[in-house]
Design a protein around this ligand. Sequence first.
Ligand code: NAD
Length: 498
Amino acid sequence: MTARISHWIDGKPYSAVAERTGDVYDPATGEVQAQVDFASEADVAEAVAAAKRALPGWRATSLAARSRVLFAFRELLVARKDELAKIVTAEHGKVESDAAGEIARAIENVEFACGAPQLLKGGFSENASTGVDVYSIAQPLGVVGVISPFNFPAMVPLWFAPNAIACGNTVVLKPSEKDPSAANFIAELFAEAGLPAGVLNVLHGDKVAVDGLLEHPDVKAISFVGSTPIAKYVYETGTRNGKRVQALGGAKNHMVVLPDADLDLAADAAVSAGFGSAGERCMAVSVVVAVDPIGDELVAKIAERIKGLRVGDGRRPSSEMGPLVTAAHRERVQSYVDAGVESGAALVVDGRTVDADGAADGFWLGPTLFDHVRPEMSIYTDEIFGPVLSVARADGYAEALDLIHANPYGNGVAIFTNDGGAARRFQNEVEVGMVGLNVPIPVPVAYYSFGGWKDSLFGDSHAYGPEGFHFFTRTKVVTSRWLDPSHGGVNLGFPRND
Ligand code: NAD
């Protein structure tokens, strides 16, 4: 008997029997370890109804009481972060130290949300007109949906849920069906922290659940993170249905290495950012752009480091890189390696024959390095989302920038150089949302906001930070006058500020 993972609705596990379920694998052994319930339309309605019932009470809860729940949740998360990391590793496959990193960044978002009383302050203008005061207030949107991807099963839900809740909304979270348990653990911790039933609900499933949220009239906003085609679909469908939507999509992140860079540091960074989490990060470096004449030397240094990487079961402390999330994803990534060879790229390190420290049936694929990758090759055009690093050559800074600009994605980018002038020019010119200067994975801290440009984000608001608070509230501006006898008299003219 495999374990069952059910929805979390109205502060408790949902007991109704699911008509459809999905397999949840242990990627390091290849075994099915659980079945996750897939929501029907009726289940979507139950989750949204629970969130709607909880809304009036939560919206009216004082700022102090709301932030106290968030502080308590933060303490519980810190106390139980190792357990959560193990849950992430068991279903996603990433090594435990990497899962711990994901949770550390998630905690920073909870800490940010704890500042809600300060962040929700509006403006106030006394005497905007004689005897008239004007002020703004930020109010919650209502029931909001959060739809998250498989690659950060703890962090991405916590990019959104704490801020949405802090702002007085109630939430239906639809996590990835590939690694659903982290979301339930988070919901249980929130309940233990004192969050009232129905404020955070977890609804598992696939397209039926997503479409149900996109179409439900009581869902006022959607925060989505996933691949670009689905992000576009979610944005178009959600906005057509009158919802506020932020939909973060895929990526193809470039790392430019200028000839003056320290090539050892650049090679360290390329390998860390290319193969961490087996390349299953939207901020992974997938293309290194080596600017002439350092290409051969840089590729040699990257290859040398890759050969030392230890691939194995994420639960073993010696493992540096775990398996891919599913067998199907592993096959897809391997097919890109095959296509890269066929298209004439130089295969410098072949991960297809990796000797992993783990069970034979795990979803293993070793780190792979291609050199002389051209923009027309599918390993360059497509987001592979696996441990495949491409090196493209450029004859100068301008060609490197052109390559980045010709790419449809604009999530993250990095430049490695010791030339401050070149770095400053790059940060000004590059059309990408998150830029690293000698920093390969420039994920903004929680008090900035996260978001790409171009096909990496649909909508106006970036995720978390100040833009997260902006997304989860709508403002009202109040113009007030407390009458005294001096205000008498009819005047049909447009109100002037005298
Ligand atoms: P995905 O698009 O397959 O799934 C994301 C979510 O959408 C999941 O909850 C899934 O159940 C749902 N979904 C899948 N297919 C659907 C469909 N046809 N209709 C409606 N809903 C559907 O993405 P994934 O494979 O889970 O995650 C990897 C992708 O996410 C990569 O492209 C990666 O770059 C991207 N990502 C982006 C960011 C970012 O911040 N920009 C962060 C993390 C991941």
